[in-house]
Design a protein around this ligand. Structure first.
Ligand SMILES: C[S@@+](CC[C@H](N)C(=O)[O-])C[C@H]1O[C@@H](n2cnc3c(N)ncnc32)[C@H](O)[C@@H]1O
Length: 279
């Protein structure tokens, strides 16, 4: 799959590195930056999951999803990585289904949840093809994805949007984070393509796939605008009763008739979130 989808190379590389580390703290020090961009000799798993806790509860609160029912609910997390956010979800929800394309990440995710969450509430789902979830229709109350869809090949990202809609029960919500176009993409987009091509080179490719700057350039494999996602949703058999788009207050979006626009300080300027209730 990596030949057709070179953007997967740095995840697979980080997954292999995670397998070779002695302790979970070592994993955070070696590859934690692929999840929260933090580096340092003194990082550890406790600090790492703490960053996840801060973000999940801030987002659930901002998106009005932090209800009293959470302890009875199931959340599906698409792109869980090694469980930075999964541990917090497992404490708040009855069940968390952590999905990731890298099987080694999912093993580490289980260890993270065992240490900082409620492992009896965790189920993992290996997204082997990068686009479908081995989860039944309507299992989730909330399907959540953060800084993941931007890393998928364009059509895989849209397929995961379809999957998110499918696995969410009527009355449940999808909460999906996307990256959209910015003026700086005039430079970043071609550089990213170049980097993905270089990851395929013998010798230098594997070396580059472990470098932070190179990874950051190459792994953002798509940009999805609200218009494009809206057109995709219109073709799905699953319908939504409400749709809200959250964006940064520092970025203006034009008013739409298919979704309410709201701002939240915690949203990166180049990101936007779709929060929609399944009907
Ligand atoms: C930047 S990390 C974010 C992880 C987590 N959401 C967090 O904030 O810590 C992106 C994750 O998405 C996973 N990923 C990338 N492409 C994917 C795909 N097509 N399907 C499922 N997971 C994918 C990667 O393996 C990685 O764990």
């Amino acid at each position: 799959m990596s030949r057709r989808r070179p953007q997967l190379i740095p995840w697979r590389t980080a997954g292999r590195v995670s397998e070779s580390q002695k302790s979970a703290d070592d994993v955070v020090r070696e590859i934690g930056w692929v999840f929260n961009n933090e580096i340092g000799e003194t990082l550890d798993l406790a600090e790492f999951t703490n960053t996840g806790d801060h973000e999940i509860f801030a987002y659930l609160e901002a998106f009005q999803l932090r209800t009293d029912d959470l302890p009875k609910q199931t959340i599906v997390e698409i792109g869980s990585g090694i469980g930075r956010m999964t541990a917090g979800f497992s404490r708040a929800f009855a069940q968390v289904i952590a999905c990731d394309l890298d099987a080694a990440f999912l093993e580490r995710c289980r260890q993270t949840v065992a240490q900082f969450g409620e492992v009896s509430r965790l189920r993992t789902c290996h997204v082997a093809d990068g686009r479908t979830l081995a989860i039944s229709d309507g299992e989730a109350d909330i399907t959540f994805s953060y800084i993941t869809l931007q890393h998928c090949q364009h059509d895989d990202a849209l397929s995961l949007v379809t999957e998110a809609a499918r696995v969410t029960k009527p009355g449940g919500h999808i909460a999906l984070n996307f990256r959209t176009w910015q003026p700086i993409d005039l430079a970043l987009w071609p550089l990213g393509k170049l980097m993905r091509a270089m990851w395929r080179l013998p010798r230098v490719g594997p070396w580059l796939a472990r470098r932070r700057l190179a990874s950051r350039l190459g792994w953002q494999a798509n940009r999805l605008s609200p218009d494009e996602v809206s057109r995709h949703l219109a073709d799905l058999p699953y319908k939504f009763a409400t749709r809200v788009i959250y964006h940064s207050p520092h970025r203006r979006l034009k008013a739409r008739n298919d979704a309410e626009l709201r701002t939240f300080e915690g949203v990166n300027r180049s990101h936007w979130w779709l929060i929609a209730e399944r009907s």
